[in-house]
Write a protein that binds this ligand. Sequence first.
Ligand SMILES: NC(=O)c1ccc[n+]([C@@H]2O[C@H](COP(=O)([O-])OP(=O)(O)OC[C@H]3O[C@@H](n4cnc5c(N)ncnc54)[C@H](OP(=O)(O)O)[C@@H]3O)[C@@H](O)[C@H]2O)c1
Length: 499
Amino acid sequence: MLPKEYTNTCAESDKMKESLDQITLPSGLSLSRVVTGLWQMADQERDGKAFDLDAAAEALADYAREGFTTFDMADHYGSAEIVAGKAAQILAAEGGPRPTILTKWCPEPGEMDAATVRRGVETALERLAMDRVDVMQFHWWQYQSPEYLDALSELMKLREEGLVGHIGLTNFDAAHLRMVLKQGIEIATNQVCFSVVDRRAAGELTRVAAEHGVGILGFGTLCGGFLSQKWLGVEKPAQIEDWSRMKYMRFVETAGGWDRFQHLLGALALIAERHGVSVSNVASRWVLEQGATAGVIVGVRLGENAHRDDNRRMLGFALDDADKAAIAEAAMQPIPGDCGDEYRKPPFLTASGDLSHHLDALPPVMVVSEPRPGRQRAESGSIWEEKAGFARAVRKGKRILVSGTTATDPHGGAVCKGDAAGQAVYILDKIAGAVSSLGGTLEDVLRTRIFLTNEADWQAVSEVHARYFGEIRPANTLIVVKELIGGYEVEIEAEAELD
Ligand SMILES: NC(=O)c1ccc[n+]([C@@H]2O[C@H](COP(=O)([O-])OP(=O)(O)OC[C@H]3O[C@@H](n4cnc5c(N)ncnc54)[C@H](OP(=O)(O)O)[C@@H]3O)[C@@H](O)[C@H]2O)c1
């Protein structure tokens, strides 16, 4: 649970009488527990469809007038940032509430120097016509590319400068959220898929977030609208038009299919009836009641169904033990993996089933060369690889050997100083990057060797190892040594063989 003093409080000022419950997080960020999500705007503008931005801004201002004062958007949600900026101006002109603006920056992996990060933030500010964004949420496509730590460090500087109020993440899993925090980056929120269908965030992510006072923002809590009375007892749709439901149908399929989904909907409907609320309210409430949830993001199609009166009701009741037991009993199969995996590995649970809406291609993680026929090497760019005459990894035939790897960033600095589990996460990403650069995957790893300097870290590091290799189960050796060069807590090497 988030500490008691951080749980929701109602805003008290006169202007906010109609406000929804607010939550103030340990970071000091205050936001409505029901956040208005604007991804749907990208769908409404799809294929260049005409969309009246002024009318959309008026429609969005109505949300704030009725207390829905927190808006969520991103660099790739069509004109959402422009429309939110216009809505903020309309509200300011009439003395209405100032909306809290959450946007996202989802850059293509590559160098994240100060100028690149500043440009990312300034682009959002220009579109919003604002001089500060309340929360800049950062998404990263592949952890094997380590530049995300540079991006987050630069965002910290822009926060000091006042361009960014708070730093949020989106689609970070538990291990990487924890690692980023241990690296000293101050994170207010992490936005992830979270619903009665997709319960991944209720596990380790909730534990890490609660421990560190990070608020989870759940999206997909209504599975694009499927989690509503409208779909109870309805045949599986033969065709789906909107991106949101295309995506969540993939989740439904992964969690066991339409019939099992109907069973879950039926259970939610019984609970809804008992409380005199809607099926959607029960689904949203379940997410809100999880231990680290700061808010739920409900997607809106501006100018279409608003659902405001209904969504307000999710704040006026609580699930009892019998309700929770009934939801647990009707639960579908777990969505495999951790939060954000749907954007990082197959099967991609995105609208298109791949990353084609987002990226053309992911850049190579390491530089690969073939110094002599049949022998390839992968280099991470560390100056020591040349100075000491070794490669990060070498491939000969089907065999790949990865050098002893520490949590050294591309600039030669140590990542997560003093935290062996955080270092292990960084190292295993580097190893995954080295193996994939040479044509393999972690599935091909046959052996790992872990060297620790502090025996007390064995369990935490082993648990990280299990997150990467749980199903693969390579042979493993765990050794405690007196000291590692560079003062690291852990070093790992690996051997793989391709099929
Ligand atoms: N960070 C990320 O990677 C990410 C990814 C996806 C989404 N998001 C964010 O999360 C937001 C949520 O979008 P989502 O796609 O996940 O959709 P969602 O919120 O699960 O579903 C939204 C749809 O649910 C229906 N709905 C809303 N309230 C309802 C109610 N009370 N009763 C019945 N139906 C109701 C509406 O459908 P109808 O219009 O058919 O009535 C609405 O379009 C996005 O806009 C975006 O801000 C973030």
